[in-house]
Design a protein around this ligand. Structure first.
Ligand SMILES: CSC[C@H]1O[C@H](OP(=O)(O)O)[C@H](O)[C@@H]1O
Ligand SMILES: Nc1ncnc2[nH]cnc12
Length: 291
């Protein structure tokens, strides 16, 4: 049995986690570089919770400048078993209005200038991303949203663009035409790296705008988004409090094996492995490398 440790990554507008008890900050270090911010450790109703603000206080980091590998690595070192992303997003569907929390279950990765794997030369691994979200987490999130009276939608596809610019009208119409639900700039490669680190991952995509495809809404601006963000952040803190209160204290084995993703992913022969890379992989892949 493994004790559950809930990780929360706060996105735009979420720079702290109100309700975290016995909170203390730790400037965690990683062989992958500097994480976005200190980790904030605490408890909610007795459950250990670790919070990381993705863009740092003051929104210092743009989506392309976030060190996603360091963030996931320090959360793994902190013992996080289950990780929830709280993210602002634009919507491609009339019914997913600003204020709606979309419990996305698929991602499309359109980023192109980010490190997207812990593995590489000297230790190659291929994990499955067919089902990027660990299915138990959205069930817990849905129950918490229902209990808190937060409007939410089950399932949806989040397309992750490089940014920092918002999309052109042609891009926005293309994504909408593809049937995607929401758009953001941060959930990839975060979800891929969480999978490589065997951390169960889910994302709450909190709608702030209709991007630029909607005939009745102007092209999105940061000031429009900020107006919706603070209400979303307030609801997100209630969601997390309820989620943590009702969260299982023992980590539930993931039915699709997200927490054992490396069992059949490593392909580099032991004699061909690079010692320096193996050292950096001590937290992420220690479970399988120490075998
Ligand atoms: C301030 S709007 C654009 C910004 O917000 C989202 O970030 P996050 O996912 O961290 O909430 C989006 O991905 C962009 O980075
Ligand atoms: N329309 C949008 N496009 C990309 N990222 C976003 N974050 C919030 N709204 C967004």
């Amino acid at each position: 049995m493994t004790k559950a440790v809930l990780g929360i990554i706060g996105g735009s507008g979420i720079y702290d986690l109100p309700g975290l008890e016995n909170a203390r900050d730790e400037m965690a270090t990683s062989p992958w570089g500097a994480p976005s911010a200190p980790l904030r450790h605490g408890t909610i109703a007795g459950l250990p919770v670790v919070f990381l603000t993705r863009h740092d206080k003051g929104h210092r980091l743009s989506p392309s400048d976030i060190n996603y590998r360091a963030n996931i690595d320090v959360l793994k070192r902190a013992g996080v078993t289950d990780l929830i992303s709280l993210s602002a997003c634009g919507s491609f569907k009339e019914e997913l209005r600003p204020g709606t929390f979309v419990l996305v279950d698929q991602f499309v990765d359109r980023t192109f200038r980010r490190e997207s794997s812990f593995f590489g030369k000297g230790c190659v691994a291929h994990v499955s991303m067919a089902h990027p979200v660990s299915p138990r987490l959205p069930l817990h999130l849905a129950a918490a949203a229902e209990a808190e009276g937060i409007p939410f939608a089950r399932g949806g596809t989040y397309v992750c663009i490089e940014g920092p610019q918002f999309s052109t009208l042609a891009e926005s119409l293309t994504y909408k035409g593809q049937g995607y639900s929401v758009i953001g700039m941060t959930n990839m490669p975060e979800a891929k790296l969480a999978r490589e680190a065997e951390i169960c991952y889910a994302s709450v995509a909190m709608v702030t705008d209709f991007d630029c495809w909607h005939p009745d809404h102007d092209a999105v601006t940061v000031s429009d988004i900020i107006r919706v963000l603070s209400a979303n952040a307030e609801k997100a803190s209630h969601l997390v409090a309820r989620l943590a209160r009702d969260f299982p204290r023992e980590h539930e084995l993931c039915p699709i094996g997200s927490d054992r993703a490396l069992d059949s992913a490593l392909i580099t022969a032991p004699e061909a492995r690079d010692g320096e890379l193996l050292k950096k992989l001590d937290a992420v892949a220690g479970r399988v490398l120490r075998k």
